[in-house]
Design a protein around this ligand. Structure first.
Ligand code: F6P
Length: 355
């Protein structure tokens, strides 16, 4: 009997189900004695022993389904070593449930925080395989995460749709795009959606440079401007502030788009409007590319399990599906390279980064 524990942790995204389906199909293709212990709501289920015993049937028909059939939650890594409200040692509890169920390994799907805890469990002696999930595409060690390509498509469609109102009303539109501390989704959606200005955390902006773009466009008869701003974007003025001062400044507005709108409205007579697609970027059915990528990493995850080869994230390196040691991934972020070719090419066609 092959007993596999599985959980999805952190924010949900597209293709989580597709990836789990890939693992399960890969296992059942070779063996018929597999039981999947699906832990509810991420690490919470592993800590408190909330699980369901699943077979191949439960993973069938979910390739196109958004969200996660196992549920998910955020369990901050920094609190993992702290006892819960009842004094329970969370790491001990996870190890005890793993041992009690006599699991062969854990398959953990998640992003950055999830990988830190997965690596901790590996260090504690558990067999772990992880799959790279996040719309942000900020996981170190892999060129791609599932959810990213779907989110880019949704953010692109938002920019596409904003174009009509922006042109009809000669307005400045700010579209705020998710991505936490990095700008991958914004950069890709901004280029794909034809944004005039793209503002990223990795390239602090100067508000006057953004105003210049609006005015220059007006002078050549382009009465509208579309700005794609990453939720983590920061100005040159703010980057030098102390962390505390910057936090206090952030609290004055619901999000970066509102702050930017206020700053721009004070410097232009054009109407400035905001669109924040928010969690729609994580919702719904995965795009075809995400389904393919998630299936590939799931299938390779199953292969590693069948070979008893543990301690890896399955990701993309050089366009191929590869195993990457968990200790090389945990605790590191993958940023947009400000000197990279995508930024260079965007600049070549006149996109401004406000820098
Ligand atoms: O990591 C995915 C993500 O959607 C980020 O882009 C965003 O900053 C964050 O999660 C939002 O988290 P929550 O769903 O907890 O509001």
């Amino acid at each position: 009997m092959l007993k596999i524990g599985m959980l999805t942790s952190g924010g949900d995204c597209q293709a989580l189900n597709a990836a789990m389906r890939g693992v399960v199909k890969g296992l059942f293709h070779k063996r018929d004695d597999v039981t999947i212990y699906g832990f509810r709501d991420g690490y919470k289920g592993l800590i408190y022993g909330h699980y369901e015993m699943l077979t191949e049937r439960e993973f069938s028909g979910i390739l196109t389904v958004g969200g996660t059939i196992l549920g998910t939650s955020r369990q901050p890594f920094k609190l993992m070593r702290e006892p819960d409200a009842n004094g329970l040692d969370k790491v001990d509890a996870m190890k005890a449930n793993y041992a009690r169920l006599n699991l062969e390994c854990l398959v953990i799907l998640g992003g950055n925080g999830t990988h830190k805890t997965a690596n901790l469990l590996r260090e504690e002696g558990l067999n772990v395989i992880t799959l790279p999930k996040t719309i942000d595409n900020d996981l170190y060690g892999t060129e791609m995460t599932f959810g990213f390509q779907s989110a880019v498509n949704i953010a692109t469609e938002t920019i596409d749709r904003i174009h009509t109102t922006a042109t009809s009303h000669s307005r400045v539109f700010i579209v705020e795009i998710m991505g936490h501390k990095v700008g991958h989704v914004t950069l890709h959606a901004g280029i794909a959606g034809g944004a005039d200005v793209i503002l990223l955390p990795e390239l602090p902006y100067d508000i006057d440079k953004v105003v210049d773009v609006i005015h220059t466009r007006s002078q050549v008869g382009k009465s509208f401007t579309i700005i794609a701003v990453a939720e983590g974007a920061i100005s040159k003025q703010d980057i030098v502030l102390k962390k505390k001062e910057y936090k206090a400044k952030l609290q004055k507005h619901p999000s970066v788009a509102y702050r930017l709108a206020e700053e721009l409205q004070a410097k232009t007579d054009k109407e400035v409007r905001i669109t924040v697609p928010g969690h729609t970027q994580r919702g719904g059915s995965p795009c075809a590319n995400d389904r393919v990528f998630a299936t590939r990493v799931g299938a390779t995850g199953a292969e590693l399990i069948l070979n008893h080869d543990y301690g890896y994230m399955v990701g993309m390196v050089g366009g191929d599906i590869q195993k990457i040691p968990l200790e090389d991934v945990a605790g590191k972020l993958k940023y947009v390279d400000p000197a990279g070719s995508l930024i260079k090419e965007a600049r070549l066609i006149g996109i401004s980064f406000g820098d």
